[in-house]
Design a protein around this ligand. Structure first.
Ligand code: NAD
Ligand code: TYD
Length: 350
């Protein structure tokens, strides 16, 4: 079937990989990328596919119900993959309302538009892309499964949890065909350099301090972004409507161990002395309400749909560093504002 898929947030980090995969893998689908281009959205991320005839870009905000309605009508949207969001925990601590507006109100706007255009037709899908952070924080052991109770602890995760609840509520109340996936931390090319891995790659290149929050023993489960895009493609086509799928890398790292590995790999690639970049590690005050550990159990996705990560962490991290070293212009362009100074100083000065 020819589908006309609205992908929101397609100019961002994960969205750009999802758009590329869908445009190139499914030439009979039309992909409409709707993005308002915040600091995190960048059309440079999609330069290589912008000429494709099955790709369209609409610059619009998901808070603008009229623009959503116009887009649904003009392109006769059959499906939605919703990624547009404010995505950085530190920003959410500073400006929680931005997260309420985009992540909650924006999602409900989009659900309302889908409800208005699709009515009770079931041959559509509203796919909501979410995070494992909705489940809260783990101790030393255990994993998040699809039935783990929600326990969000940051304004970011609270806003994503709320949007997940609205998607489920629209499925139950209005019979909108939906699916949700909750993924662990992504890394890879085109990641805005305010998150741990791209920020530290940028700082190592520039020999700037590497601000490690608290004791550095916080743990995250890292997944290469292209494996996330593959999982989204699989769930979009084969997932059960109304269901939730966890996506994770089976790849836990304590921040400090990850940062030391990054320093080692980058010293080699940059031809620096071994141990040089580690000197840049600077312990700073902790993030308030910092979740100690995330770890995803992706057994359901593996058993039901046969997905598993295809890229090892060593390969993925090496490819990511190479991408940033080959794309220093991209890095310069996106870091030309004063955001980095500002967010780093939030922790250095407390
Ligand atoms: P990102 O910050 O890199 O990109 C977000 C995109 O959304 C940008 O292109 C931005 O311009 C756009 N956007 C923001 N507000 C908008 C609005 N009001 N209207 C229209 N467009 C808007 O985010 P990301 O890291 O690519 O994350 C994408 C999605 O995946 C988010 O929903 C996030 O919660 C989820 N997620 C992210 C991760 C991760 O590790 N990055 C992990 C799991 C889930
Ligand atoms: P981040 O990339 O912001 O993702 P999230 O908070 O959504 O997991 O942070 C990943 C981990 O790295 C988290 O434990 C916070 C920590 N961190 C630092 O220690 N220093 C930093 O400068 C940043 C951005 C994050």
């Amino acid at each position: 079937m020819e589908k006309k898929i609205l992908i929101t947030g397609g100019a961002g980090f994960i969205g750009s990989h999802v758009v590329r995969l869908f445009v190139t893998k499914n030439p009979n689908y039309t992909i409409i990328n709707l993005d308002t281009l915040t600091y995190a959205g960048n059309l440079e991320n999609l330069k290589d596919i912008e000429h494709c005839t099955n790709y369209k870009f609409v610059k619009a905000n998901i808070l603008d119900a009229e623009a959503l309605s116009k887009t649904f009508k003009e392109y006769q949207i059959t499906d939605v993959i919703h990624l547009a969001a404010e995505s950085h925990v530190d920003r959410s601590i500073h400006s929680p309302l931005d997260f309420v507006y985009t992540n909650i109100v924006g999602t409900v706007n989009l659900l309302n538009t889908a409800k208005q255009y699709w009515g009770s037709e079931q041959n559509h899908l509203f796919y909501h892309v979410s995070t494992d952070e909705v489940y809260g924080s783990l101790g030393e052991t255990g994993f998040f499964t699809e039935t783990t109770p929600y326990d969000p602890r940051s304004p970011y995760s609270a806003s994503k949890a709320s949007s997940d609840h609205f998607v489920r509520a629209y499925h139950e109340t209005y019979n909108i065909p939906t699916v949700i996936s909750n993924c662990s931390n992504n890394y890879g090319p085109n990641h805005f350099p305010e998150k741990l891995i791209p920020l530290f790659i940028n700082n190592i290149i520039e020999r700037k301090p590497l601000p490690v929050y608290g004791d550095g023993k916080y743990t995250r489960d890292w997944l290469y972004v292209k494996d996330h895009a593959i999982a989204i493609d699989l769930i979009f086509h084969k997932g059960k409507k109304g269901d939730t799928y966890n996506i994770g890398g089976f790849n836990e790292w304590k921040n400090i161990d990850l940062v030391k590995l990054l320093c080692k790999l980058m010293d080699k690639k940059l031809g620096r002395d071994e141990g040089e970049s580690e000197q840049l590690i600077t312990y700073v005050k902790d993030r308030p309400g910092h979740d100690r550990r995330y770890a995803i159990d992706a057994t359901k996705l593996n058993k039901e749909l046969g997905w598993q990560p295809s890229v090892s962490f060593e390969e993925g991290l090496s490819a990511t560093i190479d991408w940033y070293l080959d794309n220093t212009d991209w890095l310069k362009n996106v870091t030309s504002g004063d955001y980095q100074q500002y967010y780093t100083s939030m922790y250095l000065n407390r």
